[in-house]
Structure formats: structure tokens, C-alpha cells
Design a protein around this ligand. Sequence first.
Ligand code: BMA
Length: 929
Amino acid sequence: MFRRSTQAVLGTASLVSVAYSQQVLDLGTVEWTLTSPNFSYISVPGKVPSQVHLDLQAAQVIGDPLYALNEFNLRWIPFSNWTYTSSPLDTLQKNASSTWLVFNGLDTFTSIDFCGQHVAATNNQFRQYYFDVSDILASCNSPGLSVNFGSAPIIANATRAIPGQETWPWGVQQLYEFPNREYIRKEQNDFGWDWGPAFAPAGIWKPAYIVQMPPQNVYVRNTLVDIYREGQHNFFPPDQSKDWVLNASVDYLGSLPSGAAVDYMISDADGSILQSGRLSNATTEDGMITGSTSVPEGAVELWWPVGYGQQQLYNLTLNVIDSWNTTVATVKKRIGFRTIFNNQTPVLQEQLDKGVAPGNNWHFEINGHEFYAKGSNFIPPDPFWPSVTESRLRVLFDSVIDGNQNMLRVWSSGAYSPDFMYDLADEMGILLWSEFEFGCALYPVNEEFLENAAHEVEYQVRRVNHHPSLAYWAGGNELENLELPTVNKTAPEEYPRYLAEYEKLFLDTIAPIVLGNTKSISYSPSSTTNGWLSLDFSKVQPITQRYKNLTEGSIYGNTDFYNYNSSQLGNFSRYPIGRFANEFGFHSMPSLQSWQQVVAPEDLHFNSSVIMLRDHHPPAGSLNASNFYNTSIGQGQMTMAAQEWYPVPNKTDSVANFSAWCHTTQIFQADFYKSQIEFYRRGSALPERQLGSLYWQLEDQWQAPTWAGIEYDGRWKVLHYVAKDIYSPVIISAYRNVTNNDFEIWVISDLWSSISASVNLTWYDWSGKQLNISTDAASNVTVGAINGTQVLSTNLDTLLQGQDTTNTLLRMDVSAQGSLPNSNVTKTFTHTNWFHPAPLSSANLADPGLELSRKDETFTVKATSGVAAFVWLDYPRGVVLSFDDNGFWLAAGEEKKVGYKVKSDSTDRRWRDEVTVRSLWNNTLAEGY
Ligand code: BMA
């Protein structure tokens, strides 16, 4: 018997047939043809992994799907069936003991044929599928594979039409473009969303393999690694003095030799072995071999998110061995040792004693420390995932880090993140709150749907659990705060039934799978939630949710806030008070440079059909490709915001005017988010003990008006710069009660030790003249760990009596000594902020006389004759970069040196001569941008 195995991924060219050794044929290395039964004239090269749109574009059958209104023009693609046919797979071994097809992702409805024989049908984009085709191969002369994709929109409609199929009261299911997404397990935003197009793509979207094995040999298809403190539980704070448990579980295909065991080795980046041995308590069941070991507390360095310490990673090698100690299969995973805990426990007496409001906590704790989560919501960065490369994500994540963000909520109606995304987050220290792909809808709970979802959840939970960046699992998007309340409102008599169905999927089905596989990650059924009410571990499913079971005066859960009435900017009484803000936002236009990528010059103006119809907020709600009514609502919200709060552009040149308007919508967006982040961060010092702010949304997946802070090609909007500033560890901020003009200034810090801060308040007019307004603000204050200190409390009517508020400005500066968490190096933290008592639309702006110069790699901007609001360094198309600072204010006479980081450049550095500078003052000028 031949026992030794090589588990190599071989391409066609290099596939050498050696009897009885395991061979893995990467189906990305064979030739594919893409055809459609609906279009006999289309036959083009296909790729794996890929999607039909991408392959048709590469073959020039279609143009860029993102261009202009191609979204609507390309609907014939998802309404058709498509077939990927491989070239003959002649290199497959005839004498293998078993042959398997392994697909890491099929999008979505397939019928698979091998050697001309039907193998299986699939219906879930998020599952890994594997099929034993040994018998088919045995009787096959010329092996070949064909994967036939059915039309997802047509199948979704047909599924909806099945007699007895579940339906929901009107208004519960959010409808974007293609209907019935909730009946199928496909990326939900493929059917349209309010920030994205509806392409409903199809294809073999993840790597696929043909695995051939000798007898008593295994192929590892997935691996779970769970690292937790002894006794740790998903719902309670881990004891940091305990040793670590490392539990590993290998999912394999093939047959495990009798007496199999798993040896492990933990090594550091230099290859030094920290610990090795055999996993104990090994069990083998259902194609899975599982065991565990213990790693003493203190034997390994902790992994920390960015800003809190190092991102220490180790290499784990698992060798599945037989009873002769021969390795049958090897798995390598990069791991980290950390505890990340989502705390929803009741507020304790010791917290109450410190002024925390009663109720329950809702925050994260890293390695036993609570911390302030700063970040945003991540959406699929492209409508076509196969186009999302590691290098593209690295550029995006670099901006996350540069933007002072430490957590992303990976929103739940896209796709499960690829491993390389978690790998990057592990390296860079970005915590990824992850979710199951259900959102803005309730879902069917027939047996078939539940079973399908269960497979998906199990595969995904096990696949990503070893990543230290994995922070949390949530069931779905806004189900508890939006979908369930909508049922309650529109069909209260049916509420109990729909609630029971919701719990069947998110509690009875998903929770036991999560809790059964990981002890290190907390789970909640809905992203926005009031948290759990009680836990009963005598049940398989221990969670009872709180829902509206609230006690007055108590605070629970996290918050979600969207208000498209732009007059609410700065009205703190309307912002939600909770323990954590996981979504909030307002949309803005992308820059002119982004529009120019996809819009013809003659369409670059408001009211052009292309600009209007790329605005999907509010969504069309159907396949009507010219819903100007809805789109004008979204455009109107941005226009009203600009008009209410800023001088509005009225430029002679129509493109310049369009560009200035786009930019002004970005300023409003940034202002609105800033005031909310300031509000949430101050909450860390108030009874709500607010410990997180994740705004909607990090980035774009096409060039369109959206909530994003980063445009499709990586260009930062005003928001990303302003968020970077207000996510600084130490900030100074003003809070005005818009009803009675009470006015406060606070210094807020999310550092883990207290800081001593000195504060400077200076009043100016717009020309830069200092005003003689005195306050009794404290000039030296101490700010506790993750806390805030009020430095001024007054009333603006009294303070500014007799002043022309349209020509009054306050500059606030703080400078503090402190140290970063897990560091004893003393650092100076500074922050500057401005407050204007009158809206900028009625402010008496003065020409700041901005001057821009460049020496080597540094730009210098100077305001020579007045205060400059929202100074904006702009750069041309052809380059994507981020400035170290942008969207800032300058006092009269002040200059700022600004460096930059280039992300991509096709101008041969000529862009440096085309950088321009403007400020809000330029909105008042007829000429220029
Ligand atoms: C929330 C999100 C998304 C949506 C966004 C903007 O509802 O969860 O579903 O895109 O707001 O409307």
C-alpha cells in the first residue's frame, strides 16, 4: 500500500501522473469556454474564478458594465443561462482511488456535468460544494466538466411562486431592483442596493479543483481553529489569567487511515518553534478530525488591533498522521492569540457607582480591556468579487488605518469575506465585525432553506475562525430594529408568527452552529439590537432576546440612525443615545474625477439622465430603469443640505459648477458625520458609556452618489479626511443645544490612561481678527481613560450678546501628554477644531487668500488674508492618493505642510503640478472650481 502523499496544486502543463499520489488540479489552470443556450452566437473564453459579465467584457462582447447606464443595458445577461465548459481534462488519472470535484464557490444556480453525466445541482453562492465523481470517471473516455448556470432572477421568481411559499406583509422586504432576493442564497446586493448597481452576476466565482486520491488518503477542504481562554464562553468576559486552549478541527474528503491523529506545531515568524505535540482528545466524525491542546498563559505574545499594540501572529502547522506517524495531510494557518468579546451583560453595581446608566452593556473588549471602536461599514468593494484582489484591498485597508479606524463592520448582505481580506486585517490590526448574509428582509424557514443556510453558516464559521481580526458574528442587517417592527406595525396580528420564523433561522438554526464551533466569538442575531435579555444554557439555543422589553431610564444595545432631513445637522437631541453606534449616515456625490470615469462630458451636469439614474437612493423598487421620481428625492436631499448650510456655487463654467456642487454635498456629509461622531464619542463620558462609532459606509463599489467616504478607485471624499481627524485619540469638540443655545466644550480621549491636557480657545472674525470674547473655560484639565472632560459650559446668547454671529468664529486647540495603550512612551496629542455660531450659508466669509506651494514631496498651504474653512487640496484624474490632511480649516496667516501617499499613478508624477487648492470661499466665486 502506498501511503505517502503530496498535496500539491498542479496546472495542466505540470500535471505528471504518478500512480497513487494525491493530485489536485486547479481548475483555474485549464481552458474554459463560455456559451449561452440563449445566444448561439456567443462563445468566448471563460475563466475560473470569474463571472459572466467579466468574461464577456474581456472578450469585448460588452463594454464596461460600470459605464453610464450599462447597468440597465446589460439586464439580458442575468436573464439568460450560461455554461462554462472546460477543455478535455486528459491529465486526470484513471487509476486514482477516488476523484472529487471541489468548488469553493458557485454563483449560484448550477447544474454540473462531468464526462457528459449529470453530477449535481447547486443553489447557494456561499457554500463549498464537493462531489465524488470516481464512478463517473471510471467509465469515461474523455473527461470534461461543464457548469451550467441558471438565471438567478428567473429562479428567484420561480421560487417565490412555489405553492405554500412564505410571503411577508407589504413594506417588510426592502425591494431594490430585481425582486425576490430573500428566497435565494445569493449575495443580496447583486439584485440592487441603494449604493450599488444590480447585475445579478453568475459564475464559478471562487477557486475550484479536481482532487484525486489514493486509498486511505485525505484532502483537507476546510479547517477550524478556535483559540480561547480556558473556560471561555461566547457571552461572558474571558478570564485573562487562564491558559489558552487551541482547538483544531480538520474537514477532509477521502478516507482517514485508522488510528489517525493530528500533530501540531506553533512557530513564530522566524520559524522558531514555540510549542509542538499531538492534539489531545481527538475525535473523528462526519469527515472531521478534531483535537485540542493548551498553551500556557504568558507563553505567547498577544495580538492587538492597530493603536493598541503589536499584531503578533504565529504559524500553526497541523499534520494529520496515520498510525505509522506518516503525514497524510498538512494544514498551515496563521493565527493570533487574543480574546475579543462583545459584552452585552447587565451593567454592574461598580459601573453604576461610576455613573454608568443602568441597563446592559454593548461594547467590545480586546484582551480583557474595553476600548472605543472607531470605524465604518464595509460593503462589497466591487459588484464583481473576482475583480477584488488582495492588492486592491490592501490599498483600501491602508486608508482604513490612515483614517484612524480600528474596526469595520462587514455588512451582511454582500458576501463572506475572502481569506485574504482577513489575512490583511490580521496583519494590519483591523477588527472585522462579520455577519451572515441576510439583510433588510425576513427569510423563509422551510426545511430546505434552513438546511441550506445551515451548511453555509457552518462552512463560513469554520473557515475564518482562526483569524485574530474576526471580532464578532451578527445574524443579519437591521432585522431587529427595522424588519420586525415593520411587521408589528403593518400586520400586528401576524407578528408572533413572523417573530417565531425569525428566531427559527437566527436563533434556533444559526446560533447553535456558531456556538458549537467557536467559543472565542460572540454572536447576536441582528446587527442593530437591544441585546440579549437572558441566557439559559440548559437549552441548545440559550439566547432570549430583549427586543422591546425595556425599562425606562435604562440603556441597552446599539444604535442605527438615518435622517434625511438635513436641517437636523447638529441637533443632538435627535441623535440616538445608546451604548454603541453601528450605522449612521447621509449620502453625497462623488468627485468630478470619479464621474468622469463613467460619464460622457455632455452628461456632467445635474439632471442629466445618467447622473440622476445612478442615484439609487431611494431605490427604484423595481426594474423600472427610469425611476426619476425616486432618484430626484435622493438628489433633492443633497441639494437641500447644500443650500441650507453652505454658500452655494453658481459658476460660469457648467462643469466647474457641477464639480463645486458635488464637492459641497461632500462637505455636508462630512459635517454631519463629524457632529455625530463627536456626539457618540462624548457619550463615553456620559451615563450611556458609549463605546463605538462605525459610520455608513467605508467605500464605494461604483461611481455614484452614496454614503461612502472613499470613492470607487480609492480617492478619499471629504468625509474620510474629516473622520480621520475626529477619530484622533484626543479631540476637542463643541456642543450646542440648538433649542436653547446652551454651549459646552469637551476634551475626549480614547487612550487607556489619563492625560493632562491644555486647552486654548480663541475667537476670531472671518478676516482673522481676534475678538475679545472671554469665557471661564478651564485651560488645564485631566481626562480619564476612555473618557471626556467638560472644559466649558455656558450659553451662547449670553456669551455672544452684541456680537455679529455671522462674523464670529471659535478656534479650539488641545494639546495633551499621554501614551498609547500598551506603550509607556509619552507622546503629545494635539487637536484643533472650529465652531461657527451662524450656519456657513449665512456666514460673512472673507477671502482667505489661499496660497499653495510644493517643495519636494510636501505641499504648503497658507491662508494669507482670512480664515479658510474646508481647505481642499484637489488632484487630477489618473492618480489616486491621500493627503496627510485635507478638508481642514486654517486661521488667517496660518500655514500647513501636507504630505501625501500615492496609491496609483498613471501621470508619471505630473499630477504634482496640477494640484489645486480651494476652500468654502470659492463657492462664492463665479470663476474657477
Ligand atoms: C442601512 C444599511 C444598508 C443601507 C444603508 C443606507 O440600512 O444597513 O442596508 O445601504 O443603511 O440606506
